[in-house]
Each structure stands twice: as C-alpha cells, then as structure tokens.
Design a binder for this molecule. Structure first.
Ligand code: PMP
Ligand code: GLN
Length: 480
C-alpha cells in the first residue's frame, strides 16, 4: 500500500467520509497533503480491496452473492471513488452453488394447511370433498359478466393502494345499513387480498415482540402463525363442545398487562357458534380493564341461521372505537377464489394496518373491485344468503338422519360438526383419513385448529355444496 501523508482540509466536501475511510484502515491524517492526493489514496484502497475480493471469488472462497454484498459494502465505505466498469464484472461461474448451512425456519412446526391436505387427498382418492370450505357450485354469472365488463373496458392497472374508492364507499354504506356504524371510506376502510391478508396485516401491524394475543381454540389456522411471525405469544382459551361458547372467566384468567389483542371470530369456523349479546356485554366489561384491541373475523357475517342476528362488533360504538373488523367477499358471493376482503377500523388503527398492507399486497386486483363495488351497492344486505345456506344445512342434516353421526348445533357458517364417537374411538385426524380412504368422504379434523394435537370425536363437514353432492356424501355417511 502506498505510503501517503494525508491531510484533511476543512473545506473539503467529503471530509467526514474520507476521514472515516482512513480511520477504518488505521491511517491517521497529517496536515500536509493536498485533497487530490487524499482522493487518490482512497481510490487505491478501494481498488486494492476490490481486487482482493475478486481473487477470493475466483478461488471459490466466497459465494457470488457474498461477493456482490461485499462490493455494495465497499461502495458505501468509499462513496467518493468512481471505478471503471471492468472492476464490477466477474468471471461467470457455472458450477453448483449449494446453500451452506440450513435455512432457519420462522414457522418450524407449520406444515401444509389441513384444507390443502384434505382437498388433495380427496382428489387422490376420488372422495366427495366436504373438507375445504368452498362452494362446488358457481357464483352468479352476472357477477362474472360484471368483472368481464371491467376487464374489457381496460381496468387492468393498479388500483389505489387502500382499495377502489367506489368499493370503500359501498362497504361503508353497507355497514351503516347493517350495523349502524359509519366508517369513513377514505380513512377507515382498507381493501385487502382476502380476509387472510387483512388478518395478517392487522396482526403484523399491532403485535410487537412479547405482546400477548388471546386466541379462542379451535382457531382458524392462519391466526397463530401471523402472531408468531410478529414475535407475539398466543394465549389460548378453549371453546368446549357441544356448544363451543366463550368462557369469559377463562378470558379474564389469561388477560394480562401484555394482552395486546383479543382475536374473535363470529360466526365461528369450525364450530358454527355465533357471538350473542351476552358475549358482547362480557367483552365490554373486560375491555374496560385493558388497553387491548379487538380484532374480529366476520367473514361469515351473512351466514347466520334460525333468526339469530350477526353481532358485528361494528354495532357497538364503544367496542368499534378499538376494534378492527375484518370480512371477505369470498363467502358472501360464492367467490372464494377471487381473494378479496377488507378491514374496517378507526383511522389511527387502519393507518397502521395500511402501512403493512402496502408491502404485503400493495393493491388488490382492479376489475374485481369494480365489480364488487357494483354488487355491494345494488344489494348491501345479502338477505337471501342466510336462508340459502340454512336450507343446505337442513338438507344435509335430514340426509344424514339415520346415520351413526351425531350433529352438533350449527348457528352459522357453512360448516356442520358431526360427532363420530358412536362409530370410532380414533383421534380425529386418523378418523378423517379412514373416512376418505374407506368411505370416500373428505372432512376436516379439528386438531389442526388446536395448539395441541389429538382432539377426538368431532369432524367438520362443509355443506356449501350442490344438493346432489350432499346427497351422494350422505348416502356414504349413512352406510358407515
Ligand atoms: N377467516 C375464516 C374464519 C375463514 O374461514 C376464512 C376462509 N374460509 C378466512 C378467514 C379467509 O378468508 P379469505 O379467503 O377471504 O382470505
Ligand atoms: N377457510 C376455508 C376453510 O375453513 C379454507 C381456506 C383455505 O384453504 N386456506 O375450509
């Protein structure tokens, strides 16, 4: 390395950077050398380091991405230096580049979701699929035409990041009509890529390392991973059969100063239970003693039976002030594959959710948002959906009458729990597999909704299916 005497002149523009670079190399400036020489010295240092780095790369001592990272680092260290392009080029390497070391999983205990697994098994075994929750009938053809209209009209570029204003306005109106609460469409409504993204972005925005989230089990499968990825800790409260109501004493017992979120789901997947007004009263009492935020998953809001009312938290201003209400179009319009949902909350909360949404999804697909805006405006209430599914539930129940399965109460959603203990003592996953392999019907065990496996006795059957599908499946279930 050349033996320079170095001076740093006070008026020199990049004085601090040069000084930093020199000190990094253990060179201490002396007050005699002109700035041009300093620059030359820094350039030499840079070239010297770069050359050494290239040699190591060629000798295979560092991987290529390591090389580039290091070059970027060097550029940062020597911001003054410009270098000829040939210094940037590296000999092409065609050999194998295996990863050294293992990738450390952030979700080491998570496998493929039970819904994917069961649908795949159902397909492999040609079983009738009452497992994953999706209709086996099509959505309204007029809705497809509406999407097509927007596709053809060229609405094919990014929508605004928080969602199409027309859709946010339609949703805001819908909630006023249904639940009496007005969310500002501009600042309090966010369109997301399904409820899954709304949940993920919300939990990511709200949960900090060490925060606790109260989760009711059985719990929808995306909740806990979203909490864990943020460094949060789920605190579980068990919903016990046969009615799977919330035990509010349990909630009080897990509540702590670290409780950040209480995560509710009504109508509830997989149990079909819905929150009652008594539940809301209990929740209100609890909220008086904590700063927790309520996140509520209401994707089955329109599928509530037997004259019961959906107790959206948007109905209760005191709670709505500190709640994120999440829903989805998938269940409401028989379009689970379009993956559009939304979150509503006071502006301060939505702003935080939006900050995450911006980098998870940025914006949701445009033509579908236009189409939903039209249909929500035309029929915000979706009154016929509950009776549509109630008829399906009742049909399914009448068809399995005489089987050895015992139905549990189903107040909402499109899932029916069946108790299979008169047939088998196996755990639920084993019995679900047996049901697919030996009897050709796929259902969902509840254990994957619990943090400890080994649940027994109950399987979930989806009745969002054509009548003939329910008939064929029931024949098989009756024969067991
Ligand atoms: N929450 C619950 C309770 C669900 O059942 C589902 C999906 N069926 C979702 C969230 C996810 O909804 P989306 O498909 O809109 O992401
Ligand atoms: N929510 C659907 C169910 O409960 C499945 C969605 C999914 O496959 N992720 O069956």
């Amino acid at each position: 390395m050349p033996d320079y005497e170095v001076v740093v002149m006070p008026e020199y523009r990049y004085r601090s950077e040069i000084l930093a670079a020199l000190l990094l190399h253990g060179v201490y400036p002396k007050p005699t050398t002109p700035p041009a020489l300093v620059h030359e010295f820094v350039s030499d240092l840079y070239r010297f380091e770069l050359r050494r780095l290239r040699d190591r790369l060629v000798r295979g001592e560092i991987p290529r991405d390591g090389y580039y990272d290091r070059v970027v680092e060097l550029r940062r260290k020597y911001p003054l230096v410009s270098v000829k392009p040939e210094f940037w080029t590296v000999p092409l390497y065609h050999g194998p580049m295996p990863l050294t070391g293992t990738v450390r999983s952030k979700l080491p205990t998570t496998g493929v979701s039970i819904f994917t697994t069961m649908t795949q098994l159902a397909n492999e075994h040609g079983a009738i699929n009452l497992s994953q929750g999706f209709p086996d009938f099509d959505c309204d053809p007029a809705l497809v035409e509406t999407v097509a209209k927007y596709l053809r009209a060229g609405f094919n570029q990014y929508a605004p990041m928080p969602g199409l204003l027309a859709l946010r306005e339609a949703l805001s109106e819908k909630v006023v009509r249904l639940y009496g609460h007005r969310y500002d469409p501009v600042t309090e409504v966010l369109v997301t890529s399904g409820a899954t993204e709304a949940l993920f972005s919300t939990l990511t925005a709200l949960v900090h390392r060490g925060d606790e989230v109260i989760v009711f089990e059985p719990a929808y499968d995306s909740y806990v991973p979203a909490i864990q990825l943020s460094g949060g800790e789920p605190r579980f409260c068990t919903l016990r059969g046969p009615d799977y109501r919330i035990d509010w004493d349990d909630v009080r017992s897990v509540l702590s100063p670290r409780t950040r979120v209480i995560l509710l789901n009504s109508p509830h997947n997989p149990t079909g239970a819905v929150l009652s007004r008594d539940d809301i009263a209990e929740l209100t009492l609890i909220l008086e003693h904590t700063d927790a935020i309520v996140v509520t998953d209401e994707v089955y809001e329109h599928i509530v039976f037997d004259g019961l009312r959906h107790e959206s938290l948007a109905r209760y201003p005191a709670i709505a002030n500190r709640a994120v209400v999440i829903s989805s179009f998938g269940k409401t319009y028989h379009t689970t594959g379009w993956k559009v949902g939304y979150a509503m909350a006071p502006a301060g909360l939505i702003t935080e959710v939006q900050r995450v949404h911006q980098f998870v999804t940025f914006a949701v697909n445009t033509p579908v948002q236009h189409a939903y805006a039209e249909v929500v405006q035309a029929d915000p209430v979706r009154t016929d959906l509950a009776s549509f599914y109630q008829r399906k539930r009742d049909l399914f129940l009448s068809l399995i009458e005489g089987s050895r399965f015992r139905p549990l109460a189903c107040q909402g959603t499109y899932f029916q729990l069946l108790d299979y203990t008169p047939i088998s003592e196996s755990d639920d996953t084993a019995f679900a597999l047996q049901l697919i392999r030996e009897h050709g019907v796929a259902a969902i065990p509840l254990s994957p909704f619990m943090h400890e496996p080994g649940a027994r006795g109950v399987l979930r059957f989806c009745f969002a299916k054509k009548d003939e599908t329910l008939q064929r499946a029931s024949e098989r279930l009756r024969a067991i």
